[in-house]
Design a protein around this ligand. Structure first.
Ligand code: CUA
Length: 406
């Protein structure tokens, strides 16, 4: 069992243990009595059955005793239920919104997050609402599980006396990615919490658009690499052509632009990417135009390192090049950009070059031209990559540049 970090959880555990204790006691008592009767009244010891007409005392005992036991069990359950349902006066309220398949938490000052962050030793009331189907907000460490029902405002509360991170699950099957509807409950001390609450949504140095995409749970369905299991990938959205199905059923090949993305978020069912169903819930007034624009700007930004990384993975570069500084079949990507490289050209002449844009571009398109010292001429030629792809790979290598880079 998880350790108890919530006072009301103690009552739940107590009810559980009392009920379990009685169940085990009754199981043992019935089994022992049954075995005793088997032995005591077998044919050898009791050749003639006795016809018993009735016993008032026995009937009283087996009516009254179970009634007392059942009422006692009800009482322990009722008191723990009441503890879970009695929300303390002055508890801080956090709105919890569940949707297929993400969680979003909104604080009283307007701060939003995709993780539930709370201060230690403070009662927190959770106002639960669903945008689509029934979900269930479940924190095993708190013994809290409560349904989010569309069109109905429900609530729950919790309080932690221990700092730390705890799992939050969805405990009601809600479709394809139900199992991925997980996030964290983070318990901070009051000071850290106040600082967190006051700051904006993005981590330091993080792109606002990226922070919003995370916060709104976009990545719960859309990937940023080329894997697509629940929804189209968001990788290199502006750079890849997509076939879409227009409302009248005709197909069209487009390169997603800001207008297309905007419509796909506000009215996902209007124009569908071919091969995908109308499953995405529309995002209405919970997402402002400014927020949507920031997301779009991030998605359409041409040289994002994460795009390059996904491409490097997709093209198999990471099979031979590590990103942790250890050389494998090829030199590690970490610190490669901007470093000094010695080696031999294809016709055997030694060279001494800085790994800059031009050098690295050539190393991808024509690897045999400059083979660095200590490595074999083993890299396959990638001369079929277009300029945009090369730019992204270079952007990625730059993001891993060492001291001499940038
Ligand atoms: Cu939401 Cu399962």
């Amino acid at each position: 069992m998880y350790p108890q970090i919530f006072s009301a959880a103690k009552e739940v555990d107590q009810a559980f243990l009392i009920i379990l204790g009685f169940a085990v006691f009754i199981l043992v008592a019935v089994t022992v009595a049954m075995l005793y009767f088997l032995w005591r009244y077998d044919h050898k010891r009791n050749p003639h059955a006795t016809d018993i007409k009735g016993s008032v005392w026995l009937e009283i005992i087996w009516t009254v005793l179970p009634t007392i036991i059942v009422l006692g069990l009800f009482w322990t359950g009722w008191t723990s239920f009441k503890a879970m349902r009695t929300i303390p006066e002055g508890a801080m309220t956090v709105s919890v919104e569940g949707r297929m398949w993400s969680w979003r938490f909104t604080y009283e000052n307007g701060r939003t997050s995709n993780e539930l962050v709370i201060p230690v030793n403070t009662p927190v009331r959770l106002a639960l609402a669903s945008r689509d189907v029934i979900h269930s907000f479940y924190v095993p460490a708190m013994r809290v599980k409560w349904d989010l029902v569309p069109g109905m405002e429900t609530d729950a509360w919790l309080q932690s006396d221990t700092l730390g991170d705890y799992d939050i699950f969805c405990a009601e099957y809600c479709g394809l990615k139900h199992a991925d509807m997980i996030t964290l409950l983070r318990v901070l001390d009051q000071e850290e919490f106040d600082a967190w609450l006051a700051e904006g949504g993005a981590d330091e140095g993080e792109d606002v658009g990226l922070a919003l995409l995370k916060e709104f749970g976009c990545f719960d369905c859309h990937s940023m690499d080329l894997s697509e299991d629940a929804a189209p990938s968001l990788l290199d959205l502006g750079g890849r052509e997509q076939t879409v199905v227009l409302p009248d059923g005709t197909e069209k090949t487009i390169r997603p632009d800001a207008d297309f993305i905007r419509q796909s978020v506000r009215e996902p069912g209007a124009t569908l990417v071919k091969g995908w169903g109308d499953e995405m819930p529309p995002y209405g007034d919970e997402l402002s135009d400014a927020q949507l624009d920031a997301m779009i700007a991030y998605l359409l930004k041409p040289d994002r390192p994460d795009k390059g990384q996904a491409l490097a993975d997709e093209l198999g570069c990471l099979g031979c090049h590590t990103t942790d500084g250890t050389d494998d079949v090829g030199p590690s990507f970490l610190g490669l950009y901007g470093s000094e490289r010695k080696g031999k050209t294809a016709d055997g002449k030694p060279y001494d070059l800085k790994a800059d844009d031009a050098y690295l571009r050539r190393a991808i398109v024509e690897p045999s031209a400059n083979v660095p010292e200590g490595f074999d001429d083993a890299m396959p030629i990638y001369d079929d990559l277009d300029q945009a792809t090369l730019d992204q790979l270079l952007g990625y290598l730059k993001s891993l540049a060492g001291e001499g880079g940038q």
